[in-house]
Design a protein around this ligand. Structure first.
Ligand code: DAH
Length: 344
């Protein structure tokens, strides 16, 4: 029996009406979606079955059937859209916003404790009229040792456990070479501090690391004396630690004469003795002294006319004191739980 166009058109009408009725009856978005896939769905839709009949129709009847097919498809798709809009609009509103719910936790970045300490030291010295100077980390031996009055092969160089570079030069073992570079570039009067990283072949233990930060300080002018040095550093310690007791002990550095080390009363035990201060009640925070005339002369400064003082301090050590950190290796571990405590 051959399919007639009249037959097919009648079935197409019936299909359209049945589907429109199902759409009307669909009470949820899920039900609507089921009707859609079963009717106009690309793969499982019943409408497709009508299309496959097209080649069986006599050629002259095909255009009329094709037009009808497209019209039914448009009607159904339009009806699906409308039903979708109606069901969406009538969906119950989401539960009202509960403002008492705990907020989701925010992660906030913070500065490293050593950075915090360095910034504070810089700001105190800026207040006292010092400017910031810098120098290279890969340095010439002359700037690191020779110009600083280390005689060739002097045992003091052993103290520094130097990392030498292939092809000459070294990684600076201290920030003191910045003294020379600054004096070569600017005439006195000069007051600078020079923060930066320094490198030593030290083994890594609770109070030593192979790379650490230092802050160098230097004041050169006519008539500068040890009194200026003591007063400046004691003033600094009071500002940095809050009212604190300092003491100066005689020491030795090739680039200063006389030389001293400054201690502060241990903040962790208030001077009564603990592991951090090795039971002494004191913690060394810097080395200092009057600049050796040979150093001034090496940098091209007239040591008859000018004098100066210098110091070098370790902000890593100072952060231990300032924040009560028990082991310097914590400063290098990148442990979020540790670092988070310093986020401001
Ligand atoms: N450069 C010394 C060191 O790294 C620290 C130091 C001591 C620097 C005395 C100075 C100074 O400028 O006067 O151990």
């Amino acid at each position: 029996m051959s399919t007639t166009s009249a037959d097919l058109l009648a079935r197409l009408d019936a299909f359209r009406d049945a589907t429109l009725a199902q759409l009307e009856a669909a009470a949820s978005l899920e039900a609507l979606e089921a009707v859609r896939t079963a009717s106009v769905g690309r793969t499982r839709g019943a409408l497709n079955d009508f299309k496959t009949q097209l080649p069986q129709l006599p050629a002259p009847e095909r255009p009329a059937f094709g037009a009808k097919f497209n019209a039914v498809k448009v009607v159904l798709e339009h009806a699906i859209e409308e039903r979708h809009a109606a069901l969406t609009a009538s969906r119950p509103a989401p539960a009202a916003l509960d403002l008492s719910m705990p907020a989701r936790r925010q992660w906030r970045g913070g500065k490293h404790p050593v950075t915090l300490v360095m910034e504070e030291i810089e700001s105190i010295f800026r207040d006292l009229g010092f400017t910031i100077a810098t120098g290279p980390e890969a340095e010439h031996e002359w700037y690191n040792f020779g110009a600083l009055n280390f005689p060739p092969h002097h045992p003091a160089m052993d103290m520094h456990d130097t990392l030498y570079l292939e092809g000459g030069g070294l990684l600076r073992t201290h920030t003191s070479p910045v003294q020379i570079r600054t004096l070569q570039s600017y005439p006195p009067p000069i007051r600078i501090i020079a923060p930066g990283n320094v490198f030593r072949r030290d083994f890594f233990d609770a109070s030593h690391a192979p790379m650490f930060a230092q802050i160098e300080g230097m004041a050169v002018d006519e008539g500068i004396s040890f009194v200026d040095l003591k007063a400046t550093l004691a003033n600094f310690a009071n500002r940095f630690f809050g009212q604190t007791i300092t003491r100066f002990r005689p020491s030795f550095f090739p680039f200063t004469e006389p030389s001293a080390e400054m201690d502060v009363a241990c903040r962790i035990c208030n001077g009564s003795g603990c592991a951090t201060c090795k039971q002494t009640g004191w913690v060394e925070i810097l080395g200092c002294g009057m600049m050796h005339p040979n150093v001034l002369e090496a940098a091209g400064v007239d040591s008859e006319r000018y004098s100066g003082w210098a110091f070098g301090m370790g902000p890593g050590r100072m952060a231990l004191q300032r924040f009560g950190i028990p082991d310097i290796r914590l400063e290098y571990d990148s442990d979020i739980a540790f670092l988070e405590q310093f986020a401001q």
